[in-house]
Design a protein around this ligand. Structure first.
Ligand code: AHM
Ligand code: MG
Length: 336
């Protein structure tokens, strides 16, 4: 039973029995994410003060400039998750390949893999706009005590055992699910403790906010163009308004609280959409469904998409259920 003002630590302990694999391992795993989030939060908050922002000089596998804080967040999450004997492998937006942990050790009984975008929306840091961390957790499919393999990571979203995000915003929040609803915790920075501030978060069934980069409009599929026009056209009392931060976690978070839809469709610049299935779309889709919302690629449920590679991109439509249903209607009627 979620109690407001409970600390995240208390909540994790109290709720670990409701998780279907009852050992405390997943709780310890969430705890290590909590710890890394606090460390990254500390750095993100200093971003305007110290010379830590700006491109680090490397480019990641998608050919994008890495910001220094991306690299920092990546290191912190990997270090923290590696230290405890729970995780056998980590895949990250910032790493070309997955990282295996103690994989030559036959006594290594670690059962979980974590897929993570350590600092999503990092191009927003220089202008003081919120960024986030997104994570997705699976049980490995290969036997414990053997080296972790690519198939442990290429699992359908429906197999996730937990997922969540941290939003480093006007306040820092950790929002997560273990398949039993969605709860949000706000960091009290003075004492470094997360408190349950948003128990049982749910998307309103309908919403009035649509979030999409309309700069790409000309390249969108017909179904999406029609949906955007549907939101804009004056016909009776059309309630829609447009809000786009360009930071998935923040756009999702606002839409979950207020009711809305986030879309990153296909376009010629991004033939399969921009967002990555495994560490951006799947975790958000799991959260959305657990919060009575919906997520799809415009046709099929995001969590049913069969992954084929670690950094795979997919079109993504996510938010209030009735709004996502409407987009799917338009996609099946007007298509590409
Ligand atoms: P990133 O992982 O390189 O930060 O890209 C993901 C981000 C999302 O947070 C955001 O919704 C989207 O890219 C914005 O893209 P665009 O600037 O093309 O609208
Ligand atoms: Mg990202």
């Amino acid at each position: 039973m979620a109690k407001k003002n409970q600390t995240l630590g208390e909540f994790i302990i109290e709720n670990q029995d409701s998780f279907k694999y009852t050992s405390g391992e997943l709780s310890r795993l969430i705890n290590s994410i909590r710890l890394a989030a606090k460390v990254v939060n500390h750095e993100v908050n200093k971003a305007g003060l110290v010379d830590i922002t700006g491109a680090a000089g490397d480019t990641n596998i998608q050919g994008e400039d890495q910001q220094k804080l991306d690299v920092y967040a990546n290191e912190k999450f990997i270090q923290t998750l590696t230290k405890r004997n729970i995780v056998c492998g980590i895949a990250s937006e910032e790493e070309d390949d997955f990282v295996a942990i103690n994989s030559q050790d036959e006594n290594n009984q670690n059962k979980y893999v974590v897929l993570i975008d350590p600092l999503d929306g990092s191009s927003n840091i220089d202008v003081n706009v919120s960024v986030g961390t997104i994570f997705s957790i699976f049980r490995r499919v290969t036997p414990a005590g053997t080296p972790v393999k690519i198939e442990d990571f290429l699992q359908k979203g429906s197999e996730q055992v937990a997922a969540g995000y941290v939003v480093y915003g006007t306040s820092t929040m950790l929002v997560y699910t273990t398949g039993d609803g969605v709860n949000g915790f706000t960091l009290n920075p003075a004492i470094g403790t997360f408190y349950l501030s948003h128990p049982n978060m749910t998307f309103p069934e309908d919403g009035s906010i649509y979030s999409v980069n309309e700069g790409n409009y000309m390249d969108f599929p017909q179904g999406i163009k029609k949906y955007i026009k549907y939101c804009q056209e004056e016909e009776g009392e059309r309630p829609y308004t447009s809000r786009y931060i360009g930071s998935l976690v923040s756009d999702f978070h606002r839409n979950m609280i207020k009711g809305g839809i986030y879309m990153y469709p296909k376009g010629s610049r991004n033939p399969n959409g921009k967002l990555r299935l495994l560490y951006e779309c799947n975790p958000m889709a799991f959260l959305a469904e657990q919060a009575n919302g919906k997520a799809s690629d415009g046709y099929i449920r995001t969590m049913d998409v069969e992954p084929t590679e670690l950094h795979q991109r997919v079109p993504f439509v996510c938010g209030s259920k009735n709004m996502v249903d409407k987009v799917e209607e338009f996609m099946s009627e007007f298509g590409e």
